[in-house]
Design a protein around this ligand. Structure first.
Ligand code: HEM
Length: 496
């Protein structure tokens, strides 16, 4: 009986391999015929093993090494097969411009279905064409400098209270704490002023969603991180519906993103559905939080590691702080615009860390670029990080050197930390502003010490973006007491 079962299993395995290889051969034959039809060939590179492709190689090394080694071997355009998909990697500025800008209509954004389900299929990221253009216009307008400038004092207040809450000498997990800061700023950008009850409810459920975002996507077993994420997504939906009802009842016509989405109607009078609004609110929360938190964590690491950098930033920021009567007056827009040294540190940090190493698109039809065939259905990955670390564009790329951004010397389409083209980041001004404001308060009123992590090179973790190892545990102390924290003020009052 056992031997029949073993024999049957072997036959099944062999048969599935034969069928698999057969299908693969048919696929390659079709591609070969396509190559002849278009007079173009597939880019160089290896598709690896059947089914798994080069996925194991990708996971056995740092992803940046994986892509860089292949770029060295095959050139700026090469093919691979990862996570079940044949892919074409692009590491040349011209090719990236072609895919993200010139022929953006031929390459649709693509995300795994499991992730799309968590964010919401009608969110801006997953769209193309008129609906994308419509939503993007609203998002861009409500995240523009005109809208965000009046919010500077509120962002400052959030930065100050975040830092104050750290400054008791305990070990702070910087990345996790910065996620809360970035979340609060994202809520402000989306809803304007929001009742703190709603902010906390949104935060709690969003953080649960976030925890399961990269987990194995099964809904068969309750209590898995992915299942919990989906449940949290449902609760987020309910909370946003409540806020929506309240605003409609009060007939509030606010100019924030939520207000713009609620009050939008196109030339035919068509409004957005509640589901479209909810998906886009969750989408912007998702876009804003981990990115900004990860970048600020890297900046903190760089200025800790390179003491001169901290000194330069401190000189610039202390002058502004003193001019504002030791921080008693809020920062003005002119002062923020003049933070050139800090701004250059942010730009160089964006290049060095390149937290969005690449993005995904999918060819919607066969496309020929530079003599290479990009077959319909293949994934196309513009490799931003490879461009940012290419010595042809950034001399000595592993060195942190802010002077690269002193004059406008970067070649076109070689610096793309916020992406490029139709889907480029509409939140880039908000992101830069929140980083500048946070750094201003950090370096003028606090000192800190990184613990546990190695100085200098240190390790990198992925959560899902690259972050310094262990999320940069650090201790903070307040250095300037001209504006006492509530606890200190309370203590002083209790003495007298
Ligand atoms: C340092 C922080 C940030 C970085 C590095 C960053 C980077 C990016 C990149 C590279 C893209 C393009 C992705 C693609 O082409 O597939 C993108 C898209 C997007 N970002 Fe950001 N981002 C940051 C912060 C923010 C913030 C704070 C917000 C909102 C307040 C935001 C909102 C968005 C949205 C809505 C999109 C989708 C745009 C579209 O699909 O049309 N981002 N971001």
């Amino acid at each position: 009986m056992v031997s029949i079962f073993v024999g049957f299993s072997i036959i099944l395995i062999v048969a599935s391999f034969v069928i698999g290889y057969g299908l693969l051969l048919v696929k390659r034959l079709i591609q070969w015929r396509q190559s002849i039809k278009y007079g173009a060939k597939l880019p160089p590179g290896s598709l690896g093993w059947p089914y798994v492709g080069e996925t194991l190689e990708l996971f056995s090394q740092n992803p940046h090494e994986f892509f860089t080694n292949r770029q060295k071997r095959y050139g700026d355009i090469f093919k691979t097969h990862i996570l079940g998909c044949p892919c074409i990697m692009l590491a040349s500025p011209e090719a990236i411009k072609f895919v993200l800008m010139n022929k953006a209509n031929l390459f649709k954004p693509t995300y795994p279905k499991s992730k799309e389900r968590l964010i919401g299929s009608m969110a801006i990221f997953f769209q193309q064409g008129p609906y994308h253009a419509q939503i993007r216009k609203l998002v861009q307008a409500s995240l523009s400098l005109d809208y965000i400038k009046p919010r500077i004092p509120r962002i400052e207040a959030i930065a100050k209270s975040t830092l104050d809450s750290w400054a008791d000498g305990r070990v702070v997990h910087v990345f996790h704490e910065l996620k809360k800061f970035a979340f609060d700023v994202a809520v402000l950008s989306i809803f304007g002023e929001l009742d703190s009850y709603y902010t906390e409810e949104l935060k709690e459920n969003y953080f649960t969603l976030d925890k399961g975002y990269n987990s194995f996507p099964t809904t068969l077993i309750p209590c898995t991180p992915y299942f919990k994420s989906l449940m949290a997504r449902r609760r987020l939906e309910q909370i946003i519906r409540e806020i929506m009802m309240e605003r409609r009842e009060k007939r509030l016509e606010t100019k924030d993103l939520f207000g713009c989405l609620l009050n939008f109607s196109n030339e035919d009078g068509k409004t957005l559905s509640d589901d479209q609004i909810i998906d886009n609110v969750i989408g912007v929360l998702f876009a804003a939080q981990d990115t900004a938190a990860s970048m600020l964590t890297w900046i903190l690491k760089y200025i800790t590691d390179y003491h001169n950098l901290l000194q330069d930033i401190q000189n610039e920021q202390m002058a502004i702080y003193k001019a504002n009567d030791n921080g008693k007056r809020p920062l003005t827009w002119t002062q923020i615009r003049e933070m050139t040294v800090t701004h250059r540190v942010i730009l160089e940090s964006l290049r060095m860390a390149s937290i969005i190493s690449f993005t995904y698109r999918e060819a919607v039809e066969d496309v020929v670029y530079d003599g290479y065939l990009i077959p319909k259905g293949w994934k196309v990955l513009p490799l931003f990080r490879n461009i940012h670390h290419n010595p042809a564009f950034f001399q000595d790329p592993q060195t942190f050197d802010t002077s690269r951004f002193q004059a406008a010397t970067t070649k076109p389409h070689t610096f793309m930390p916020f992406g490029y083209g139709a889907h480029a980041c509409p939140g880039n001004e908000v992101a830069k502003l929140l980083m500048l404001l946070f750094i201003h308060h950090l370096v003028t009123q606090f000192r800190w010490e990184v613990v546990e992590a190695k100085k200098g090179k240190g390790g990198v973790e992925y959560d899902p973006f690259p972050i310094p190892e262990k999320g940069l545990p650090a201790k903070f102390w307040k250095t300037c007491t001209s504006q006492p924290t509530p606890t200190l003020a309370h203590q002083l009052l209790s003495i007298y």
